[in-house]
Structure formats: structure tokens, C-alpha cells
Design a protein around this ligand. Structure first.
Ligand SMILES: Cc1ncc(COP(=O)(O)O)c(C=O)c1O
Length: 431
């Protein structure tokens, strides 16, 4: 692996771009596609396209990747949200294989029609048992994205209101847009701001849905769920918490940040994804049974899309069983120790924002650094995601490290060392 600051003119040409540059053209000839193709060729020519690299095996802490050029790298991974390592756990794989043999490769139908299998019902029951609340149900979706889009757009209608934390994930925003409700944003985790927003709305006559997250995927901090719940209830609003990055990981029993902050009984809807701590794919709504029954029938991303893959569902049932038991308890402790360890190596040296969870961002700011920085990090031995606008605000671009329970201290140490080296080289070390 070599350091590559050796192509300055080429780098300037292709790095001087932002994601939105190519998406604004109007007219019949699609100038943006031509311009994007030209830029893409430049990046390829410089062998610096670090997105969509092929991973050659499971998302373990050590991964092998192959770039478009054919060049292969062995890397330590901080890019995968396989938080508890269940995507490659032998018992999870065995359960998925068993379901594969029984049910076949795909569901081949909408869940509402022929696509529901017994394994889906089992997963629903197990999730309800896991939370242990009366009269609750689960509505399964084939992705977490689809769950947010489907739930919000089925629950909120024209003239209603969706109130979102400004750091909300794209799927919450897209669900709000699709619902045709009126959208309001409140400053991240700012409950006074939220109250000002709610006061302005016609809360006596219209439906209001307040959306927030357990752990925020770009900042790695916790949602202030208790205070958000209290103020929302004061104005008769329904509260949805997206626990995509926190279910199975946060809370003593893994029931998420809602458990950790003692608000399970006050939250109306919990969204989970199966692509993260479960190590699979898919998503769900957990809510009172009357709500999940309605959503099953009316969420368009569920009705008009094939059901969750049955083989994956077999694996999800096992991952949940493991996470609910001793394995989960051990891993929940490990992931927190690991995240604290990585943070202790970075704190005060680089800007890690407000991170307090297993998501540790390192903010470098200028989005034009993204490709050379990403190229550098790969060549220095780590697989890690970089985020820029529109995923984060302009000039708040960041490297995002996902810590898992499966990382060793040596791997975390090496990760921190590479990040600090990169910060020095690209000039974002704190003074
Ligand atoms: C907060 C949040 N919600 C929903 C999703 C969508 O989940 P999925 O990738 O499982 O579709 C993500 C994905 O990263 C997310 O971060």
C-alpha cells in the first residue's frame, strides 16, 4: 500500500466537485448525465473511485476488497453496521440455511397476498415477546427504508403534520414527503425548539407525528427521547422513534434507547431495521396491534413490494434469540467498551462532534477532500465510510467509524492511528 499524493493535477480536476453539482440541470438533453460521466471517467482514470468497492467475503472486522481497477486490499473494517457480528455468526447462518431449504430463495409475493410465510409470523411473535408489552404487533417490511416510508405515508395524510429532528435519516424525510403532510423541522435534539414548532401547528384539529431517532446515524449521539416524548404528548402528537442503529445494542436487554431512557410505554411507534445489529436485511414497525394491522394493509412500500426474504428471516429469528440472551449481554458490554476506547484515542485530537455511542464520526468539513481522503484511508489499511452533503450539512463532511463488539483493541488502535495520520496529512487535526 502506497501513499498517493503523487497526482496533484488529476486530483484537482476530479476532487473539485460536490454531489449536488450534477443534479441541478434542466432541459431535454440531460446535461447532468454527460457531465457526471465525464467526471466519473476522470476519477476512474486516477484509480480513486472508492465507492461501491466489492467486498470479497462477510463483513467481519477484517475484510478483503477489490476496486474497479482489480487491485485488492486487506483492510480493517469500520464501515459495516454489523454491530454484533450476527451477519456471519454460525448459528444465524445455520438457521438461514434451514429456512432457505424449506421456503426457497425468495418470498415471490407481496406480504399481503401470497408472500407471508410461517417464518415471518414467528419473527413477528418473537419481536413482540422480546419487548414484552401487551396488545402490540409487528409489521414487517423488506427494508428499513421501506418501513419508514411506508409507515409515515400511511399514517399521515394531506393536511396533517410531520415534525422531524433536523438530523433525521433520509427515509424519515422521504416518508414525510410522500405522505403529503406539512413538514416542519426542529433543531437537533432541541426540545424547546420542538415545543415552539408544535405550538404553531393546529394541534387541536390535525394529526401530528413527531419523528426522532434512538441513536443518530451521522452524529452518533442519542435522541433526547424522554423530553421529546413529554412535549409531544402535551400537544397530542404521536411519537415515532427510529431505533435503526440502537435496537439489540442499547438498553440493558437490548430493547433500544427507548428501554435505556425508560420510555417504552410512552413511545407510539418504534421502527427497527434488520440490516444493522441483526446482520440481515429488512425492517419493521413495532406498535399497538391496531396500528400494525392498519399499516400492514395500507403501507404502499409493503403492499406493492415483495415480502422480506424468508431465508434471511430464519437468520433474523436466530439473531434475535442470541441478542436476547447471554450472547447479547456480553456483546452489548463489549461494543460500549470498544467505542469508548476508540473515542479515547481520538478525543481532543480530531473533531468527533457529539458522539457518545458506537458511531464515531471524525469531521473534516470540506466535501472536496472526500475522494482523496477515502482513497488514502483505504491505502492505509482501513475500510470506512465518508459522508457528505446531502447526508450531512454542507462543510460538515465526516468520516464515520462504526465500532462493533467484534473489534479487537489492536484493530481499534490501528484505526485510530490511521485516522490521526489522515487528519495530519489532510489538515484537520485540532490545534
Ligand atoms: C436511522 C436510519 N433509519 C433507517 C435506515 C434504513 O434502513 P435500511 O438500510 O435497513 O433500509 C437507516 C439506514 O442506514 C438509518 O440509518
Amino acid at each position: 500500500m502506497t501513499e498517493r499524493a503523487d497526482k496533484p493535477e488529476m486530483m484537482e480536476e476530479y476532487t473539485d466537485y460536490t454531489l449536488d453539482m450534477f443534479s441541478r440541470s434542466v432541459g431535454r438533453d440531460h446535461a447532468e448525465i454527460r457531465q457526471f460521466a465525464k467526471w466519473r471517467k476522470l476519477v476512474e482514470g486516477a484509480d480513486s473511485y472508492t465507492f461501491e468497492v466489492s467486498h470479497l467475503a462477510a463483513q467481519r472486522p477484517k475484510v478483503a476488497i477489490r476496486r474497479e481497477s482489480g487491485e485488492e486490499f486487506d483492510l480493517i473494517s469500520f464501515a459495516s453496521y454489523n454491530y454484533l457480528g450476527y451477519s456471519y455468526h454460525p448459528e444465524v447462518l445455520a438457521a438461514a440455511k434451514e429456512a432457505l431449504d424449506l421456503y426457497g430463495l425468495g418470498a415471490t409475493g407481496s406480504p399481503l397476498l401470497n408472500g407471508t410465510f410461517q417464518i415471518h409470523k414467528l419473527l413477528e411473535e418473537r419481536i413482540v415477546d422480546f419487548f414484552g408489552q401487551e396488545d402490540y404487533g409487528v409489521s414487517l417490511f423488506s427494508s428499513g427504508y421501506g418501513a419508514n416510508v411506508g409507515v409515515i405515508s400511511a399514517f399521515i395524510h394531506k393536511g396533517d403534520h410531520v415534525v422531524l429532528d433536523r438530523s433525521s435519516h433520509a427515509s424519515l424525510i422521504d416518508g414525510a414527503i410522500l405522505s403529503q403532510g406539512k413538514i416542519s423541522l426542529f433543531r437537533h435534539n432541541d426540545v424547546e425548539f420542538l415545543e415552539k414548532v408544535l405550538k404553531r401547528l393546529d394541534h387541536k384539529n390535525s394529526r401530528i407525528l413527531v419523528c426522532c431517532e434512538g441513536v443518530y446515524s451521522t452524529d452518533g449521539d442519542y435522541g433526547h427521547l424522554k423530553a421529546i416524548g413529554e412535549v409531544s404528548k402535551k400537544y397530542g402528537a404521536t411519537v415515532l422513534v427510529d431505533e435503526a442503529h440502537s435496537l439489540l445494542v442499547a438498553g440493558e436487554n437490548g430493547r433500544g434507547v427507548c428501554e435505556e431512557q425508560g420510555v417504552l410505554d410512552e413511545v407510539d411507534m418504534i421502527i427497527a431495521t434488520f440490516s444493522k445489529s441483526f446482520g440481515g436485511v429488512g425492517g419493521c414497525l413495532y406498535a399497538k396491534k391496531d396500528i400494525t394491522n392498519y399499516i400492514n394493509y395500507y403501507a404502499r412500500s409493503r403492499m406493492f413490494s415483495c415480502a422480506l426474504d424468508p431465508a434471511v428471516t430464519g437468520g433474523l429469528v436466530k439473531a434475535l434469540e442470541l441478542a436476547a440472551g447471554e450472547d447479547g449481554r456480553r456483546k452489548r458490554k463489549r461494543i460500549i467498551d470498544n467505542a469508548n476506547y476508540l473515542r479515547s484515542k481520538l478525543e481532543g485530537k480530531v473533531d468527533i462532534g457529539s458522539s457518545t455511542s458506537w458511531i464515531v464520526p471524525v469531521i473534516y468539513g470540506d466535501e472536496r477532500l472526500t475522494l482523496p481522503l477515502s482513497d488514502y484511508l483505504q491505502r492505509q489499511g482501513i475500510d470506512i465510510s465518508l459522508m457528505m452533503f446531502p447526508a450531512v450539512p454542507k462543510n460538515r463532511s465526516r468520516i464515520r467509524a462504526f465500532v462493533t463488539s467484534e473489534h479487537s483493541l489492536e484493530q481499534l488502535e490501528k484505526g485510530a492511528e490511521v485516522l490521526l495520520k489522515a487528519a495530519d496529512k489532510f489538515n484537520f487535526l485540532l490545534e
